[in-house]
Design a protein around this ligand. Structure first.
Ligand SMILES: CC/C=C\C/C=C\C/C=C\C/C=C\CC/C=C/C(=O)SCCNC(=O)CCNC(=O)[C@H](O)C(C)(C)COP(=O)(O)OP(=O)(O)OC[C@H]1O[C@@H](n2cnc3c(N)ncnc32)[C@H](O)[C@@H]1OP(=O)(O)O
Ligand SMILES: Cc1cc2nc3c(=O)[nH]c(=O)nc-3n(C[C@H](O)[C@H](O)[C@H](O)COP(=O)(O)OP(=O)(O)OC[C@H]3O[C@@H](n4cnc5c(N)ncnc54)[C@H](O)[C@@H]3O)c2cc1C
Length: 627
């Protein structure tokens, strides 16, 4: 019934202060206050309706996204929201759009790789959205291999310009979000050519469309690359294709913080690592880690609430059937994901600190922690997005048949999230970067001391490195194993940051105890999953492994009465979750039934097509042997 909290009994079981846990999840009292205020602002505004997304045809869907983005911008300015509040508003609008790339990559690229003068010129225009930008790096033929990009930027000393050109079909820019129909400018990555010499990939600001009539400028061919996975989902984004036909830009539109080209055409590489040109990707990867905890927690919230509502089997003498959340199999699938959501939240906080620290060091020309930052952002982006994508799908399965309904919110959540395993760096390619970092670390041990434990096999590689074969062959031969080592390395970071979080002062009755239980579930479920490795390397005895599994089950029982309160602590509105299965009040069945009749297919009792295609079948007079 309306107004009844069908999960009230579950909420009464909580053994900790949920309001205090909301502050832990939000990161601070201030963050919680801003989240509450902005979330309500969005949820209460019908202009931000999103329950129709999966039913709109692409052009209507996209126009609706443009409308929402413009309306959001209007509200941001009317209410004079801060950058923090504006970012929260875009988060709670919950619709991928060109603004993601304008604010999330175009502006950071100029801030990270532009000179002070270039920042003074371009950032005010971008902040006022008087230009709209995208990040055009990937090409039809190359995405992972940035050094393989083919677009050229050839310096013309006669006119003090760069000529931007797409020499081959595969050099067409392909995938950049916001490029297809909206962006007026792009930070474009191209090979810098001076006097016939290729200086590698650099960033350039290129205007794509007229600010008067939005038509592509001369030499620019640009459009959308077409429909992507799933209805609604990422089709609100205009991922685009872009070709340059000898497009001329002023020399001062090459981003010149890291390296410069003088008026005379002299190339100057500052004494900074060339990889700083990749700085925007590092920035986004660390943000994607925090983002993973948001997406995973949304799916876990839906699946946990529904698992408490859903009853199946187990009725005694006509009594109520068993809540599926009480089955150990349901708990063994759901609670590690709940623990992962919290774990990724905390490692995301740490990674943001690491990134900020590295950026401060770069200001002082201290590049000592850049390799660690690269390995951590790459590895944790890979790990958290893979676990989150798989976790959203597991949450769909945890909801049985109803999880497959769009009104569960889970299919669209999955469809919009899964590209995170690919964009900002294919997850395997990034893990190979971590493996390279690990190998370099091991080789620097250098004293002949063999690495032990789960990285013992790296000793064999190191041995190969020292004797009969070169690093590349050893690395390539064992790359699949090295990727597993890279994952293990990243899992160690996640676990250690969770433990470090627990060593902080965490206010609120019972809050720390719940986090300790979740931390235990996180590492014991990992131990359980990889117990073969631990047993094979004698890190664990069979008896210890069995004890660990017993402890894991005991922790499931400890978390069970707190599960609903632990997902309430995510503090998501019903509007944001957009899920009948995940409703705060648990009023699932009546709302599922009500929603079904709103589907356009039910606008008529007899479906379109009946008379043309069904009635003739029913009325056919066929004389076949089978009849
Ligand atoms: C949905 C919303 C999501 C998040 C919300 C929040 C904010 C985000 C806002 C918007 C985002 C929304 C949607 C995402 C849109 C997607 C955008 C994109 O996808 S942009 C394009 C991304 N492309 C990539 O990531 C390409 C991946 N490839 C690479 O990074 C490089 O090619 C690679 C590192 C693989 C190899 O580079 P290469 O130059 O060939 O180096 P090499 O391997 O030879 O190593 C040499 C040397 O350099 C070190 N190194 C490499 N990279 C870095 C780095 N980034 N930083 C520092 N150091 C680096 C490497 O370790 C090695 O060192 P050693 O020689 O071993 O010491
Ligand atoms: C939704 C979405 C949005 C995007 N937005 C943008 C954007 O705004 N701007 C932008 O510039 N780009 C964007 N991209 C492009 C994205 O960054 C690339 O697709 C991504 O970097 C992967 O590169 P790729 O497509 O070349 O994959 P590939 O590298 O071709 O991957 C194909 C397979 O090859 C494997 N592989 C590749 N190299 C190696 C290797 N050395 N060793 C072992 N295996 C390897 C990969 O693991 C993978 O299994 C977007 C992509 C998507 C899906």
């Amino acid at each position: 019934m309306e107004g009844v909290d069908h999960l009230a009994d579950e909420r009464k079981k909580a053994e900790f202060n949920v309001e205090a846990m909301k502050i832990v999840w939000a990161g601070s009292q201030h963050n919680l206050e801003v989240s509450n205020r902005i979330s309500k602002l969005v949820a209460d505004d019908p202009a931000f309706r999103k329950d129709d997304r999966t039913m709109l045809p692409r052009k209507e869907l996209f126009k609706n996204t443009l409308r929402k983005a413009a309306y959001a911008w209007k509200r941001i300015n009317e209410l004079r929201l801060s950058e923090e509040e504006a970012s929260k508003l875009r988060f709670y609008v919950d619709e991928t759009a060109y603004t993601d790339l304008h604010w999330g990559m175009f502006i950071p690229a100029i801030k990270g790789q532009g000179t002070d003068e270039q920042q003074r010129k371009w950032l005010p225009l971008a902040y006022k959205m008087q230009i709209i930008g995208c990040y055009a790096q990937t090409e039809l033929g190359h995405g992972s291999n940035v050094q393989g990009l083919e677009t050229t930027a050839t310096f013309d000393p006669h006119t003090d310009e760069f000529v931007i050109h797409s020499p081959t079909l595969t050099s067409s820019k392909w995938w950049p979000g916001g490029l297809g129909k909206v962006s007026t400018h792009a930070v474009t990555y191209a090979r810098l050519i001076i006097d016939g010499k290729d200086h590698g990939v650099h960033g350039f600001i290129v205007q794509l469309r007229s600010l008067e009539d939005h038509r592509p400028l001369p030499g620019i061919t640009v459009g959308d690359i077409g429909m992507k996975f799933g209805n609604g989902a990422y089709n609100t984004m205009d991922n685009g294709v872009l070709r340059f036909d000898h497009v001329r830009i002023p020399r001062n539109q090459m981003l010149m913080k890291v390296s410069q080209v003088t008026r005379e055409g002299k190339y100057k590489q500052s004494d900074v690592p060339r990889q700083l040109v990749y700085g925007t990707m590092v920035y986004v990867r660390q943000r994607i880690v925090a983002d993973a905890s948001c997406y995973l927690s949304r799916a876990v919230c839906i699946a946990t609430r529904y698992s408490a509502v859903r009853r199946q089997f187990g009725s005694q003498n006509g009594g109520p059937e068993t809540q599926v959340i009480d089955y150990k199999t349901q708990q063994s699938r759901l609670f590690p994901l709940l623990a992962s959501a919290y774990a990724f939240r905390f490692v995301g906080e740490w990674l943001e600190w690491l990134y900020t620290d590295v950026m401060q060091r770069l200001q002082a020309n201290d590049f000592s922690t850049l390799p660690e930052a690269h390995a951590c952002t790459a590895g944790l982006k890979s790990l958290t997005t893979s676990v989150t994508a798989d976790g959203i799908e597991e949450c769909r399965k945890l909801c049985g048949g109803h999880g497959y309904l769009c009104t569960s919110g889970l299919p669209e959540l999955f469809a919009v999230y899964v590209p995170a395993c690919t964009y900002e760096g294919d997850n395997i390619v990034l893990l190979l970067q971590v493996a390279r970092f690990l190998m370099k670390t091991v080789s620097q041990i250098g004293t002949g001391k063999q690495p032990v434990g789960t990285i013992a096999y790296m000793g064999r590689i190191e041995h190969l490195m020292q004797c009969r074969c070169n690093v590349q062959r050893g690395f390539a031969e064992l790359s699949a194993d090295l990727v597993e080592a890279a994952v293990a390395h990243c899992q160690l970071i996640v676990v250690s940051k969770f433990i470090e979080k627990l060593q902080q002062d965490i206010p609120g009755e019972g809050v720390k105890q719940q986090l300790e239980a979740l931390c235990g579930i996180y590492y014991l479920s990992l131990l359980h999953k990889h117990q073969g490795d631990f047993l094979a390397t004698s890190y664990l005895t069979p008896k210890q492994s069995a004890l660990a599994n017993d402890q894991l089950r005991a922790l499931y029982s400890k978390v069970r009465p707190n599960a609903i309160a632990l997902v309430d602590a995510f503090n998501y509105s019903d509007h944001f979750l957009s899920s009948i299965l995940g409703r705060y009040d648990g009023n699932v069945y009546p709302k599922l039934y009500e929603a079904a009749w709103k589907d356009p297919l039910n606008e008529s009792v007899v479906p379109d097509g009946y008379h043309e295609y069904v009635r003739p079948l029913l009325k056919q007079q066929l004389h076949t042997a089978r009849l």
